[in-house]
Design a protein around this ligand. Structure first.
Ligand code: S3P
Length: 468
């Protein structure tokens, strides 16, 4: 795709429904013990289509309507499962469940399938089959399911069991997908399942949605203490997270819940590309309506502001337990300076996980540049996002240093149009479309079609507000 630079973005638009919330809405509706759920503003992403297709293969009846998805109560074994306190019993699929490019689909469905009394196989495209799955295999096996993998990678064969055993599990990686898989499995476990997050709380959509449906989900904070051999608390050293508060999310199993309608807010991680582009193009005035503003997702707005961008959220209200509002951006490129915000590391990484590639592009325009550290998770996303970002920034003439766990980009770069590569990764494609809009001269983006994985309308919406 050829991308010409733009002068500015002007207008008002709404971004499509949030991908994270849509996956959860469909999965949780499929697990409900009765009723029908209409999910409005369901994500148009290919990833969420993978989730729906897999649920259909499991016997869940799903109807697509304009702008919505309706999940009907399944025919198989509803009454018997509800009377045992289990979630809806699904049908063993006759074929492997193809999760496409979607890590969320594979990891969260594994949590659902762990509590079903049949075996099923989860697979995906080449990228997904290369991504780490031990992070869900370990906790789901502790709960009593059996998972067979190819050395920790998909295809995954899940042999479920019901009921499962409740566990307390400390997550070694900060991952909302892992947390969600355990909580969904916990719905079919006897007793209370607890997930301990590190000092870094990840997005909490699963917890909020389950509460919306009446499931018993609690979030508390705990202080972690580490004792030495004599039972005396060890002294904290600098950078030590011991003694830091960690949040514990728990769910009471064997309490069935009824389906309920869900209205999905716009996807702030999709909005992030438009926000960044508008902030970088002097004279832009862009308003995004109906954007999800859940505090575990809005770090991108705070970071943009800290870098000097003019970004404001307003009209915030709670819709189905999720904050939703309007985001307004004005382009004032000359004011962008890193200051204290010039380093993204530690707990901030999980809060910005999907926005880091586009933030690296923003960083190239900020006085003082931007460093991203503690972000080795980026190497196991849909592509190696550190490698892909460094390669494309360099192709455009930016000064970049690469680390195993991040990168540093020099500020105030004059990007020049270049041949860019998406690496089959939607967020790399969109981040570098933003870079191409602010560059001198046109760029060519190889593999641009992969934006459909999360945001099929991206180029059309961008063109509708771009002025040249
Ligand atoms: C997601 C969580 C994040 C994120 C992904 C969606 C979710 O992954 O990168 O795009 O919906 O829970 P991890 O939690 O595995 O980092």
């Amino acid at each position: 795709m050829r991308i010409e630079p733009a002068r500015r973005l002007r207008g008002r638009l709404s971004v499509p429904g949030d991908k994270s919330i849509s996956h959860r809405a469909a999965i949780v509706a499929a697990m409900s013990s009765g009723g029908r759920a209409r999910i409005d503003n369901f994500s148009t992403s290919a990833d969420c289509a993978s989730t729906l297709a897999a649920l259909s293969q499991l016997g869940v009846s799903i109807r697509r309507e304009a702008g919505a998805v309706v999940v009907f109560e399944g025919d198989a074994g509803r009454a018997s499962s509800a009377s045992r306190g289990l979630t809806r019993r699904l049908r063993a699929p006759s074929e492997p469940l193809d999760c496409g490019n979607s890590g969320s689909t594979m990891r969260m469905l594994a949590g659902l399938l762990a509590g079903q009394e049949f075996a099923s196989v989860l697979t995906g495209d080449e990228s997904l089959r290369a991504r780490p799955m031990k992070r869900i295999i370990e906790p789901l096996e502790l709960m009593g399911a059996r998972l067979h993998s190819q050395d920790g990678r998909a295809p995954l064969r899940v042999e479920g069991r019901a009921p499962l055993d409740a566990v307390r599990y400390e997550m070694p990686v900060a991952s909302a997908q892992v947390k969600s898989a355990i909580l969904l499995a916990g719905l079919n476990a006897e007793g209370r399942t607890e997930v301990v997050e590190g000092e870094t709380p990840t997005r909490d959509h699963t917890e909020r949605m389950l509460r919306w449906l009446g499931a018993r989900v609690e979030t508390t904070t705990e202080t972690r203490r580490k004792l030495n051999e004599d039972g005396i608390e060890e002294r904290k050293v600098e950078g030590d997270v011991r003694g830091a508060a960690s949040s514990v999310v728990s769910v009471e199993g064997m309490k069935s819940f009824e389906a309920r309608d869900i209205d999905v807010p716009g996807d702030i991680s999709s909005a992030a590309f438009l926000i960044a582009a508008a902030a970088l193009l002097e004279g832009s005035e862009l308003t995004l309506e109906g954007v999800g503003l859940n505090p575990t997702r809005t770090e991108i707005l705070r970071t943009m502001r800290a870098l000097g961008a003019d970004v404001e959220a307003s009209d915030v209200r709670l819709v189905c337990n999720e904050e939703t509002g309007e985001v307004r951006i004005r382009g004032v490129r000359g004011n962008l300076a890193a200051g204290e915000a010039g380093v993204i590391d530690g707990a901030l990484v999980a809060q910005l996980i999907d926005e880091l590639p586009v933030l690296a592009v923003v960083g190239s325009q900020v006085e003082g540049g931007l460093r991203i550290r503690d972000a080795s998770e980026l190497r196991v996303k849909e592509s190696d996002r550190i490698g892909a970002t460094v390669e494309n920034l360099r192709a455009m003439g930016a000064e970049v240093e690469e680390y195993a766990d991040g990168l540093a980009v020099g500020g105030g770069a004059r990007l020049r149009g270049a041949r860019l590569r998406a690496h089959g990764d939607h967020r790399i494609a969109m981040a570098f479309t933003v870079a191409a809009l602010i560059a001198d001269g046109a760029s060519e983006l190889e593999g641009a079609e992969c934006v459909a994985v999360s945001f099929p309308e991206f180029f059309r919406l961008l063109e509708s507000v771009a002025e040249r």
